[in-house]
Design a protein around this ligand. Structure first.
Ligand code: CU
Length: 381
């Protein structure tokens, strides 16, 4: 029963004022949570055509393309181009291979940053040298399976999709071709869109937050099939690997859990870097499976676990939870130098399956925060 009718039949809605109040209550209960901001106003095609257009060159993760943290009130049309790559890659230190599918040649695909109210316009290219149709489902968008229905591109085709970023936050995007969505996702096809509030990020008290660096981490659970002896199998093509991979996927136990496409991708030359005193944003996405990022020796000063900037961020977290099919954000100001491990704190997945990376932080050690009062030595007395 509708609330208004319920109130009336309960004898509470007799006065016109009370009925109006009930209607307002109902309106509040059913309205979408977006703001009534001028940049979110509905626009005609002619009005959209008059907006400023910006072309952005994407960069491979963990880096994120240059962007402003705040934007003026006038929305823009932000143009991106991504080409899909089908390619055999090595996924661990033993040389195990997989026929990956990737947005713009990286796992995860590049992170796209816009501001709330902007129009994101992506041209998706499927080169003729590829063998499969692909598309893109943007969790940040509204309609047509997140755009997947409007971006189905066969090899040799391209399509352009525009959507309005009508709410802020971090959102996963992924390939979603009919009949093989899960396979394309676990073979490498996911990434993140970050829609920043136009007036920038805020802490839970409403104070402005700024970051000096941003890294994007895409976590993937991989399902590489094994032979009778337990060794990983190698295949001549994606199509050849499909049947066995599907069988491995149905067992739900990943052979690898990796950040950015490969065990150790974010270590050594690939390690993330920062200086003491710098505030670093970590965007963490997982399109298929839950995960729990943790920075060993540090914290999440401000964490949007759900990745949605209209929510106040949690503070001082030790570990945060990213549900499969979403992207979350943590920012942390480094206070000590050293090598920090950034891990999935299911430590089996981190240490045995690969979900670990490093942040190398330079600067001066602070004895006040931590001091080795006496080094390990023989037990005394
Ligand atoms: Cu695909």
């Amino acid at each position: 029963m509708e609330r208004r009718h319920f109130l009336k039949s309960a004898g509470l809605g007799v006065a016109a004022g009370t009925t109006l109040l009930a209607a307002q209550v109902q309106a509040r209960e059913t309205a979408a949570p977006q703001k009534n901001a001028p940049w979110l106003a509905a626009r005609t095609e002619a009005q959209i055509a008059k907006l400023e257009r910006v072309k952005v060159d994407l960069v491979a993760p963990p880096m994120v393309h240059k962007h402003e943290q705040k934007a003026g009130p006038e929305p823009r049309v932000v143009e991106f181009r991504m080409s899909i790559t089908e390619k055999e890659i090595v996924v661990d230190r033993d040389g195990t291979t997989m026929h990956a599918m990737m947005f713009d040649g990286s796992m995860p695909g590049p992170t796209m940053v816009v501001h709330e109210g902007d129009y994101l316009e992506l041209t998706l290219i499927n080169p003729a040298s590829n063998t499969m149709p692909h598309n893109i489902d943007f969790h940040a968008s509204t309609g047509a399976l997140g755009g997947a229905k409007l971006t189905n591109v066969n090899p040799g085709e391209q399509a352009t999709l525009r959507f309005k970023a009508d709410r802020s936050g971090t959102f996963v995007y992924h390939c979603a071709p009919e009949g093989s969505v899960a396979w394309h996702v676990v073979q490498g096809m996911h990434g993140t869109v970050m829609v920043l509030p136009r007036d920038g990020l805020k802490d839970s008290a409403g104070n402005a937050l700024h970051y000096d660096r941003v890294y994007t981490i895409g976590e993937f659970d991989l399902y590489i099939p094994r032979d009778e002896k337990g060794n990983f199998k190698k295949y001549g093509s994606s199509a050849e690997s499909y049947g066995d991979t599907l069988e491995a996927m149905r067992g739900l136990i990943p052979s690898h859990v990796v950040f950015n496409g490969k065990v150790g991708a974010l270590m050594g030359d690939g390690a993330m870097k920062a200086n003491v005193g710098e505030t670093v944003m970590f965007i963490h996405s997982q399109a298929n499976r839950d995960t729990r990022p943790h920075l060993i020796g540090g914290h999440g000063d401000w964490v949007w676990e759900l990745g949605k900037f209209d929510d106040p961020p949690a503070k001082n977290l030790e570990t945060w939870f990213i549900r499969g099919g979403s992207a979350g954000v943590a920012i942390y100001t480094f206070k000590q130098p050293g090598v920090y491990a950034y891990v999935n704190h299911n430590l089996i997945e981190a240490m045995e399956l690969g979900a670990a990376g490093h942040v190398l932080v330079e600067g001066d050690w602070n004895d006040d925060l931590m001091k080795q009062v006496s080094p390990p030595g023989p037990i005394k007395g």
